[in-house]
Design a protein around this ligand. Structure first.
Ligand SMILES: C[S@@+](CC[C@H](N)C(=O)[O-])C[C@H]1O[C@@H](n2cnc3c(N)ncnc32)[C@H](O)[C@@H]1O
Length: 259
C-alpha cells in the first residue's frame, strides 16, 4: 500500500503526466482538490475507485482516509493541481504519513505558471533581458509571506515574476510592483489556463486594470510580469548559432570576433 501525490497539471485532462495517469488508474482511493482540479481528470481513475473531494475536508479527515487505506492495503492517489511542490500543502500530509509509517511518492506535474506562459506563447527567460524567474504569491489568509519576500522587494531584481494566488489581491499586488518597476513593464493575467473557460489579458503594469474588472479574475489566475514577456526577438540565445560549438554540435562557421 502506498500514497502517490500526483501533479494533475493546470486543468486539461491530457496535461497530466503518463506516470500520474497510471497512478490514478491503479488507485483504489483518489483524493482530489475539487476547487482547483478539473473533474475531467477523474476519467483516468478506475471505474470502481472511491473518490473524495478534499475541498471540504480537514487535514485530519484526509489522514483518516490514508489510515483506512493502510488498514485495507489499498493504494491511494492524492491529486494536486499543477505541481504538488508549489503551494500544494503537501508537507503536512507527508508528516502525517511518516507518523503512520505509510510510504509515499510524488509524481511531478505541469505547473500553472508554465501553462500560463504557454497560453501567451511566450518565454519567461530571454538572453540579456531576464534569466531568472521568481515564483511567488500574494499574501493570503492561510499563509503569510516571510519578511523580505514582499512583491516590492522581489520586484527590485527586475526578473520575470510568476505571481500565484493573486486574483483576490490584484489591485494591491500591482500597486506594490509599481513602486519598483516602470509602468511600461509587460504584465499579463491568465485565468484557468487549459480549461474550457481559459482567458487571458496582456497589457502593462500601468494599464493592466484599465479595461477589466479585477472581480472577473479572482479565481485560478496567474499574474506574469517582466520584460521577457515582450514578444520581440531581442538578443537570441547562442545555443543554435552556427558559430557556437558545444558537446553535441561543432560550429559550422568561424566564431565571430569583435574586430
Ligand atoms: C494553491 S495554488 C496551486 C498551484 C499549483 N500547485 C501549480 O503548480 O500550478 C493555486 C493558484 O495557482 C494558480 N493556478 C492554478 N491553476 C491555474 C490555471 N489553470 N491557470 C492559471 N493559474 C492557475 C492560481 O494563481 C491559483 O490561485
Amino acid at each position: 500500500m502506498k500514497v502517490t501525490f500526483v501533479g494533475a497539471g493546470p486543468g486539461a485532462a491530457d496535461l497530466i503526466t503518463l506516470r500520474g495517469a497510471r497512478a490514478l488508474a491503479e488507485a483504489s482511493i483518489v483524493l482530489y482538490a475539487g476547487s482547483l482540479v478539473s473533474r475531467d481528470m477523474l476519467t483516468h481513475c478506475r471505474p470502481d475507485a472511491e473518490i473524495h473531494d478534499t475541498a471540504a475536508m480537514s487535514l485530519e479527515e484526509q489522514v483518516a482516509q490514508y489510515r483506512r487505506a493502510q488498514l485495507n492495503g489499498w493504494d491511494v492517489a492524492r491529486l494536486h493541481s499543477g505541481d504538488p511542490a508549489i503551494y500544494g500543502a503537501i508537507s503536512e500530509q507527508m508528516s502525517a504519513l511518516d507518523e503512520l509509517n505509510i510510504p509515499y511518492e510524488v509524481v511531478p506535474g505541469v505547473s500553472s505558471f508554465t501553462a500560463s506562459a504557454a497560453v501567451l506563447k511566450t518565454s519567461l527567460t530571454r538572453p540579456e533581458v531576464s534569466q531568472t524567474i521568481i515564483i511567488t504569491r500574494s499574501e493570503g489568509r492561510a499563509s503569510a509571506v516571510p519578511e523580505g519576500e514582499s512583491l516590492a522587494a522581489l520586484a527590485t531584481h527586475g526578473a520575470s515574476m510568476a505571481i500565484f494566488l493573486s486574483g483576490a489581491g490584484l489591485t494591491k499586488a500591482l500597486e506594490e510592483l509599481r513602486t519598483q518597476l516602470p509602468d511600461e513593464t509587460p504584465a499579463a493575467l491568465v485565468c484557468k489556463a487549459s480549461w474550457p473557460q481559459e482567458k487571458h489579458h496582456v497589457a502593462t503594469l500601468g494599464t493592466l486594470l484599465d479595461d477589466i474588472s479585477p472581480e472577473d479574475w479572482r479565481l485560478s489566475t496567474m499574474l506574469l510580469v517582466g520584460r521577457a514577456l515582450e514578444n520581440t526577438p531581442g538578443t537570441p540565445s547562442r545555443l543554435y548559432s552556427p558559430e557556437y560549438s558545444h558537446r553535441f554540435r561543432k560550429a559550422s562557421k568561424e566564431p565571430l570576433t569583435n574586430a
